[in-house]
Design a protein around this ligand. Structure first.
Ligand code: SF4
Length: 427
């Protein structure tokens, strides 16, 4: 086909790539990155808005960012790079208003031990990210003889006082989103999916699965408004779960309760008892390559503390890492949007040690899979954080040229061998 930008005949799809010259893959890559980042921001903005919180600057940016991807608007890669990093800044703003909305509505999280066992009785399993949906369901199931269990990104709900006060918030079932087909098939009760990362269901549990809010699957009942009666009726019609012991998962950390330990942490660093901090987590991608994160965490020396968040935590949260002077060695900060807490903790430590985040003994080893992870990575780059390792695979939408810019500017790296990477970090 003839390309009116190149003024020559181009092969393949050429300029059909949403108006971007098929020959300039770096601009196409930056546009894709921006679009994925904007989708992540939209997800957090959606949850915040449900709780009554908005930020006009974030909303205005969404228009600017989407407009910039229109046909023949902008072909300047440098301007686009700035816009991509501005998406990171806007993502911090939206994570901040979401955190504020969550804590104002549900209280400041407190560390909590969560059972992976079951309590005798009817049951509903809730997956996804929407804490407001979980709250409404807990209200509507109270006193009905139904126990509610969390799955995947709902685990951190157990830390919020206004959610954990419900005695029938009984525990957590299963783990990461990509194992849900097996875990949902094994769960005998009703299942409610509140957001993305819900998979097309198997027939074995399709009639027990419900969606609400933004989530939807053809042939699966979608809850209108927040009236969960169909889920409740279904749960009551299904067999009761048996009483069964399980293990314990610890969640409920947040920058407010971690920074309450700031003096202790700083003393432990000064005394040489804590040598390094790691952030290991993110959106977990299916497949064996993700075992890197488990192997990496297992190899982390005992004088280091690991912060984790999002569903990447399920690669490591069954391991007992112990503690250092009462400071847990594994600190689960919650959902992916709680990357805001990680940023707050890193900034406070940097202030305390009179340095910047890059001057801290802190390394980030992040798994990425979907759009929110892209938005979070852009936030970290916007803050100028260097030396981040990402994996398990390179993002397919980042061209070689753009990756080179990110390597040169931010020392962004791909994960390699866990022990070699750890050695390179700790020296
Ligand atoms: S952290 Fe990311 S991959 Fe995991 S459930 Fe949330 S959005 Fe999905």
């Amino acid at each position: 086909m003839f390309c009116y930008q190149c003024e020559q005949t181009v092969e393949g799809t050429g300029c059909t790539k949403i108006g971007v010259c098929g020959k300039n893959e770096d601009i196409a890559s930056l546009q894709d990155t921006l679009l994925f980042g904007v989708k992540g921001i939209a997800a957090y903005g959606f949850h915040a808005k449900e709780l009554g919180a908005t930020d006009p600057e974030v909303d205005a940016f969404m228009h600017e960012a989407l407009f910039s991807t229109l046909t023949n608007v902008d072909f300047d890669p440098h301007r686009f790079l700035k816009l991509v990093l501005k998406a990171g800044e806007m993502n911090i703003r939206v994570m901040e208003i979401l955190d504020k909305a969550h804590t104002e509505r549900f209280g400041n999280p407190e560390p909590a031990e969560v059972s992976t066992g079951t309590v005798e009785g009817h049951a509903i399993l809730v997956t996804g990210h929407d804490l407001l949906d979980l709250y409404e369901l807990l209200m509507q199931t109270e006193g009905k003889g139904i126990n509610v269990y969390t799955h995947n990104e709902m685990l951190p709900a157990h830390g919020y006082p206004e959610l954990k006060r419900f005695k029938h918030l009984a525990g957590n079932w299963g783990g990461v989103w990509h194992k849900q087909k097996r875990e949902f098939a094994d769960f005998p009760g009703a299942i409610l999916a509140t957001t993305n990362c819900v998979l097309i269901p198997k027939d074995s549990y399709k009639d027990r699965l419900f969606t609400c809010g933004i989530a939807g699957i053809a042939g699966v009942t979608h809850i209108k408004g927040k009236d969960f009666s169909p889920v409740i009726d279904k749960a009551l019609s299904l067999p009761r779960l048996p009483q069964k012991e399980g293990t314990k998962l610890v969640t409920g950390f947040h920058h407010k309760n971690v920074l309450a330990l700031a003096e202790k942490i700083i003393d432990a660093v000064k005394a040489g008892k804590i040598k390094h901090f790691f952030l290991i987590g993110g959106c977990d991608a299916p497949g064996d390559k993700g075992n890197y994160y488990r192997e990496f965490a297992k190899a982390v020396p005992n004088d280091c503390v690991i912060l984790t968040l999002a569903c990447g935590k399920y690669r490591i949260n069954d391991i007992d890492f112990g503690s250092i002077d009462g400071i847990p060695r594994l600190i689960d900060l919650g959902q992916c949007n709680n990357a805001y807490s990680a940023i707050q903790i890193a900034s406070a430590l940097a202030d305390a040690f009179k340095t910047d985040v890059n001057g801290l003994p802190l390394s980030m080893v992040i798994s990425w899979f979907e759009q929110k992870a892209v938005a979070i990575l852009l936030s970290l780059l916007h803050l100028g954080i260097k030396g981040i390792r990402i994996g398990p695979r390179p993002p397919a939408f980042i061209s070689e040229g753009v990756f080179k810019i990110l390597q040169d500017t931010f020392d962004l790296k791909l994960i390699g061998d866990p022990k070699e990477d750890l050695k390179a970090i700790l020296g």
